[in-house]
Design a protein around this ligand. Structure first.
Ligand code: HEM
Length: 224
């Protein structure tokens, strides 16, 4: 049955070369932990991606209940946490995933750094990686405010004060992020929400696309 559906589609749009190009490759021996145990270090990029996918899926469900205004934000999270079926689990996944993704990202970056995998011809992918790093940190920073509790509020106040201390353009950065507010206010929450669910994810998708295309074109680095 499945084969028939596949053949029907393949007959019309010739999809076989596409998935073969993406998926039909042998893994080189030096990245296979069955051959060399130390090759497990190559898993961290894939694990980072795995957690990113969990964050996207759990985040999509969170937005079904989250209300991004200062009157309702905290209450909507409380409702999700206490009343909604499986809400606690979905929020927990997003909450802990936000930390796990940073740990995986660090391990991936350390692997690439200490193996010198950023050297020619992969300098461009290292630069894309640096942008990915800032994107993920930005997602962590903007997501932290959304529950609109005391910890969120005061942590963001500290973060915005740090941003304001950037030489020359500090005030502009702060206004861009916080809106026309004394410190943290209604516009800040609305902006952080928009940045967290639209701007940064859009950038993340684009950067991941480039990251993966470059990996496929250049192949994996090594062996050492
Ligand atoms: C969301 C963030 C990221 C994801 C999902 C991701 C994913 C991946 C994956 C799956 C690979 C294949 C090899 C491996 O898994 O080790 C890879 C390779 C690579 N990544 Fe990342 N990465 C991310 C961030 C970064 C960062 C922050 C850097 C560096 C600043 C970076 C630099 C590289 C380079 C240079 C390669 C090629 C390594 C080689 O050929 O050995 N990546 N990435």
């Amino acid at each position: 049955m499945l084969q028939k559906i596949y053949d029907w589609i393949d007959d019309r749009v010739d999809i076989t070369p596409i998935w073969r190009d993406i998926a039909d490759h042998e893994v080189p021996e030096h990245v296979n932990p069955a051959h060399h145990f130390s090759a497990f270090v190559y898993c961290f990029g894939g694990l980072t991606f795995f957690v990113v996918v969990i964050q996207i899926l759990s985040g999509m469900f969170l937005t079904m209940y989250y209300v991004p205004d200062i009157e309702n934000a905290w209450r909507s999270v409380y409702y999700l946490q206490t009343e909604v079926a499986h809400g606690q689990i979905v929020r927990g996944m997003h909450h802990w995933g936000a930390s796990v993704v940073i740990v995986m990202l660090l391990l991936h970056t350390l692997r690439v750094f200490f193996q010198g995998a950023y050297k020619k011809p992969r300098e461009l992918n290292w630069m894309v990686g640096v942008l990915l790093f800032f994107t993920i940190l930005g997602l962590g920073f903007t997501g932290y405010l959304l529950p609109w509790d005391n910890k969120a509020y005061f942590a963001t106040e500290v973060g915005l004060n740090i941003a304001q201390d950037v030489p020359i353009i500090g005030d502009e950065i702060k206004t861009l992020l916080a809106g026309d507010e004394e410190i943290v206010g209604a516009q800040t929450l609305a902006r952080f929400f928009a940045i967290h669910v639209f701007f940064l994810p859009a950038g993340l998708f684009a950067l991941l696309g480039v990251h993966f295309i470059l990996i496929r074109r250049q192949g994996i680095s090594g062996p050492l």
